[in-house]
Write a new protein. Structure first.
Length: 278
């Protein structure tokens, strides 16, 4: 059965998810700030998601609201405006039947290398994690809504870790978690098809990995010598995707090896300002 879907925050991830749903025959509306071309099959609207007059041009009471915005600056005020205030306005104005909120594993503050699942305490110590947790609580205050906690997104145009690895600078002895952007989009689409959902899903690949191991794998592909492993104990966290996989989803990029496999010796790296592994 086809769905009516509204995507608020139609950036790279939102558009990939929207395109998958349009391909399945859903009626898809997408709102973004900038007037850029939209893929075929998606109804485009351009404007501010906090403007109620703009929101009223979207379908009322859609089956699903996918909320996946990006703050215009990395400040607490911008995060709260984008995630909490805009989500509240959107839900009040559109009255969706179900909300999928794209959040982040940054809501987990744990930092001693332990495994974390959706039942682990989410008590972020960073401002972005705290604000995202506030948005999660707002989302889950309505029955039937779902939060997706994404690890750091990898894929085309996200080169920060690759650049660090090649330069041999800024690599830490910490556990990292990632999700390829195509897998993130497929997980979102997959969950929309489920009749019954849990309240929270971690969206991550199958293999948390030490950043130094990822960096040395990248360096080996470029025929560069390995970096030394720091003698200290590893920090960070390991994110479990068991709940998401139990729902029937499988990643096409199950580890960092698949995510970074297209970065070979002849790869041109254009934009280093992405790929923040959490």
């Amino acid at each position: 059965m086809s769905l009516s879907l509204v995507v608020l925050g139609a950036g790279d991830l939102g558009l990939r998810a929207a395109t998958l749903r349009a391909g399945q025959g859903d009626e898809v509306w997408a709102l973004r700030r900038r007037n850029l071309p939209m893929p075929d099959g998606i109804h485009a609207l351009y404007g501010d998601m906090q403007d109620t007059e703009t929101l009223r041009q979207l379908p009322y009471k859609p089956d699903v609201l996918l909320f996946c915005p990006t703050p215009d600056e990395r400040t607490e005020q911008a995060y709260r405006r984008t995630y909490v205030d805009a989500l509240r306005t959107a839900v009040q104005t559109l009255q969706p039947k179900r909300v999928l909120l794209v959040s982040s594993t940054a809501v987990y503050a744990q930092n001693n290398g332990q495994w974390l699942d959706e039942n682990s305490p989410a008590e972020a110590d960073s401002f972005n994690g705290r604000v995202l947790r506030e948005a999660e609580q707002l989302c889950l205050s309505r029955p039937g809504n779902t939060v997706l906690r994404l690890s750091g997104i990898t894929g085309p145009g996200r080169h920060m870790l690759v650049n660090k690895a090649l330069l041999g600078e800024g690599i830490q002895h910490t556990w990292t978690n990632r999700i390829h952007i195509d897998d993130a989009a497929s997980a979102i689409s997959h969950l929309m098809d489920q009749a019954s959902l849990d309240t929270v899903y971690n969206v991550s690949d199958d293999l948390p990995a030490l950043q130094i191991d990822v960096a040395n794998w990248i360096r080996a592909r470029h025929r560069l010598p390995a970096l030394p492993v720091p003698p200290s104990d590893a920090t960070g966290k390991k994110i479990s995707n068991a709940r998401l996989k139990a729902s029937g989803w499988l990643p096409a990029y199950p580890s960092f090896r698949e995510s970074y496999s297209f970065y070979g010796p002849n790869t041109t790296l254009l934009d280093p300002n992405h790929d923040v592994l959490r």
